[in-house]
Structure formats: C-alpha cells, structure tokens
Ligand binder design. Structure first.
Ligand SMILES: [Zn+2]
Length: 467
C-alpha cells in the first residue's frame, strides 16, 4: 500500500523533465507524472471552456476563425507522436480583446486574442504562440500541476468559479468572476518545456522555430503582453535565447516561407473592426458585446425562426461548471449569452440591435434576488425580463411544480418577439438553491407551434442540480 507522503516524494523525483542533451541534439521532453486521467483533462477543459465562453467576447468572424483554425490544425498534426492524445479535441477560437495573449485549456480548447493576431509581425510569430499553448495541452501541464497540489491548479480555478456562479455574488456581479483563472500561471519549468516543444512543433509544421523567439521581442516592443503568455518568469530574454538554441538542433520540415498574404488579409480585416476592448475593460463593464454598436462583431442578423422539430435523441450536458446537468435534444446547440445558457435549434438564434434573440429553445440561469421566498423572487425575475421586452405579459398567477425533486413555480408569459414580430409563449420555471439564489429555466416557442412542449417537459424533468 502506498503511503501518501512516500508517493509525493516519489512524484517530486520523477518530475525532473527537461533533460539537456549534448549540443545539437533536440531536447527530449518527458511527461510529468499525472494522477488525472486523459478523460479528466477533457472534462475539465470542456467545463472551463464553457465558463470562458460565457465571459469572453468571441469574435464572430468565420474568415478569421477559419484561418486561425487552419494554422492550429497544421501545428496539432505536427505534435510528436509520443505527446499525441487522440482523445484530445483541439479547436481554436478568437477572443475579441486587445491584450496580446492566448490560452489553451486541458484537452484542447484554445483561445487566441485578437490583439495577439494584430501584434504578430508574421504568421510564424502567431503560430509560435499557438505552438507554445498547444504544448501545454499536449504535455498535460494543467493536470500535472494540479497533481502536485500547486496553488494555480485548474481544478482550484474551476471550483473557484463554480463558487461565484452557484454560491457567490448576484447576477450583476458575475461578470467580475476572475478572468485570471484561465491564464494559468505555470512554473518556470513548464514554461520552458512549452517553449521547447513549441519550437519542435513549429519546425515539424514547416515554420521557423525562431519565429516563436521573435514573438517575445514583438510583445516587448509593443508594451508587454498580459500576464498570461509573457509571464514574468522565465524572463523574455532567457526564453528568446533558449528557443534559438533549440532551433539550432531542429530541421525545418518543408518550406518555412509560407505565403503571408492570408495573414496580411486577416490583419487588415481585424483593423477594419476598430479597436477591441481590453480584458480589464470587459471585466470592469461586464459588457462583452457593446450595445447598439453595429460592428462586424455584432451583425444585425435576426433568427429565421424556421427550425426543425426537436430530435427524439437527447444528450446530457453539464452547465455552470457541473453545477447543473440537463438533457437537451441532440439537434440543439448551446449558446452562452451573458450569465445564461441557451439550447436552441438551428435557425432559432440571431442577433438584433446588438443583443441575442431566440425564437425557440430553453435557457438556464441563476439569479440573486432581494426576495427570500420563491414567489417574490419569481416576480422579481419576471419584472427584470419585462424591462428588456416591452411586450411581455404575465397571464395568471404561478403554478406549483417540482424540479429535481425541489418545489418549483411555473409562470406562463406571452410576448411579441421583437426581431420576428411573432407572438410567443414563454414558460418560466424557478426553484431555490441552497444559498438562496434562484435557479430558473425559460422555455420559448411561437404561440402557434406546439411541437416543442414535449421537449420542454423532458428537458425540465432531466434537470439535476448539484449545489
Ligand atoms: Zn505558457
């Protein structure tokens, strides 16, 4: 039988990972011991991604995202086989923020700030940052660090955020949840490893690994980056030197002279959007998408309202960092809107006057109200919905029901959808969480379409609350 202390001592010993070889031999990197499974990485990353996307404004530009994705693909394919985890799903999204930063989550979700793409002087420099972040994922640094019980564990981060969502401040304050949690601070050792593997991936993908080193200079010249990518340890000049040393032992696969036209086009496209807000501004104002501002980021694109019927197949989804589980029709997709989560069929979601509008679907949220009893709290919620929807009417009082075995109230509301002009029926179901906050589900469909009732009932019955 293992004794706990013995195991920890052993872990410390095997965690020596960067083995410096003789000159001109590529540095061998070893995986750190990790008490989490591959599936843990995937699950944790998925939860954190969901949380991140409810707080960061994503750039809704398919051309830019597709370009970043194609660079990311090329790099992922170049991960050395010993660090390829076929279960991982790498994907790449662009955050509409000015800070020069990027971060990746366990299992593969990766977020590249618009500011980073704009700051990079070449595609190679941008790819360098991405290769570094991909390396953290491939080397499973998030859970390796958590295995050591270090303070910036991703597990701690997620638990901390779950605390603010299900146990913390009111709805208005949720936007202040600590962004820094995603910008994991890795140890110096992990950063060096990510630089080295990043350089190796670059060369294998046909990029000059020295472009990763150059990006540190670019970031410094542009006034330093956020705390995430260019952290204060190791110093930028140490990293620059270390990467260039590694580059001497690497052979670049194919041609490093990539066609830079596409990169230039994407940069030009981004400049056309005007200046992006900084992370700090987003955090301070709690506004991910500026209201009434019709930039390319928030096109006026109302939903068509032409949707398929809900599939009979359901998929289980975890929301609010595992605080709630729910099953939704498999042909519905998840849309994070501020502090609530929507599940909608294709065609039921769009934007109108800078805000998300929905014609069919279900959403979930948590609200802090002044009222301690459920009836008063529900009334407060209805009032707050009415502020954004002038045509919202409440018909009759509240009915009693249950949700996950708890007593719940159901209110039926009518509305005229401002984007489509169609009358719609809204069901609001509320129940109290242990901490006194209200958990609610909203179900919306046009009044003359009854095919959604069964789905809404089934979704409501599937709700499981873990508070
Ligand atoms: Zn890093």
């Amino acid at each position: 039988m293992f004794k706990r202390q013995t195991l920890i001592a052993w872990l410390t010993l095997v965690a020596i990972s960067v083995m410096p070889f003789t000159a001109l031999a590529q540095t061998q990197i070893k995986l750190h011991s990790n008490k989490y499974s591959i599936q843990d990485d995937i699950k944790l990353g998925r939860q954190a991604a969901q949380e991140a996307e409810s707080q960061f404004p994503l750039l809704r530009d398919e051309q830019v995202r597709g370009y970043v994705e194609s660079v990311g693909r090329r790099l992922v394919e170049a991960i050395p086989s010993e660090f390829q985890h076929p279960e991982f799903q790498y994907y790449f999204k662009v955050v509409n923020a000015r800070d020069i930063n990027a971060f990746a989550l366990p299992g593969g979700p990766m977020y590249v700030n618009r500011g980073m793409i704009e700051a990079a002087r070449t595609e190679g420099e941008m790819a360098g940052v991405m290769a570094h972040e991909i390396s953290h994922v491939a080397l499973r640094h998030g859970t390796a660090q958590a295995s050591k019980g270090q303070k910036y564990s991703i597990l701690g981060g997620i638990a901390g955020i779950a605390g603010t969502i299900l146990g913390g401040p009111g709805v208005g304050q949720l936007a202040q949840a600590p962004f820094a949690v995603y910008l994991l601070k890795f140890s110096r050792e992990y950063e060096t490893e990510a630089d080295i593997l990043g350089a190796q991936i670059m060369a294998r993908a046909g990029y000059d690994p020295r472009d990763l080193a150059k990006m540190f200079q670019t970031i410094e010249q542009q006034g330093g980056g956020g705390g995430g990518f260019l952290s204060d340890h190791p110093s930028a000049s140490d990293r620059y030197a270390r990467i260039n040393r590694e580059a001497q032992s690497l052979r670049i696969n194919g041609s490093a002279n990539r066609d830079s036209r596409e990169f230039a086009q994407v940069q030009q496209r981004l400049r056309g959007y005007g200046s992006a807000p900084t992370m700090a501004e987003i955090q301070r104002t709690g506004q991910r998408y500026p209201q009434g501002e019709q930039t390319g980021n928030v096109p006026n694109n109302p939903p068509t309202g032409r949707v398929s019927y809900p599939s009979n197949r359901y998929q289980s989804v975890s929301i609010f960092n595992g605080g709630v589980n729910v099953s939704v029709p498999s042909n519905w997709r998840q849309v994070n809107e501020g502090n609530s989560v929507w599940f909608v069929p294709e065609g039921a979601y769009g934007t109108y006057n800078g805000q998300g509008v929905y014609t069919h679907g279900a959403s979930f949220g948590v609200a802090q109200t002044n009222s301690r009893n459920l009836q008063g709290a529900t009334q407060e919620l209805v009032n707050s919905f009415a502020q954004g929807n002038n045509n919202l009417r409440s018909s009759g009082g509240y009915g009693r029901t249950t949700m996950d075995g708890r007593s719940a109230l159901v209110a039926t509301l009518t509305n005229i959808n401002e984007a489509t002009g169609r009358p719609e029926l809204i069901r609001l179901i509320t129940t109290q969480l242990r901490n006194g906050q209200v958990f609610y589900m909203v179900a919306v469909a046009p009044q003359n379409e009854r095919g959604f009732e069964t789905a809404f009932d089934q979704i409501m019955r599937s709700v499981r609350i873990n508070d």
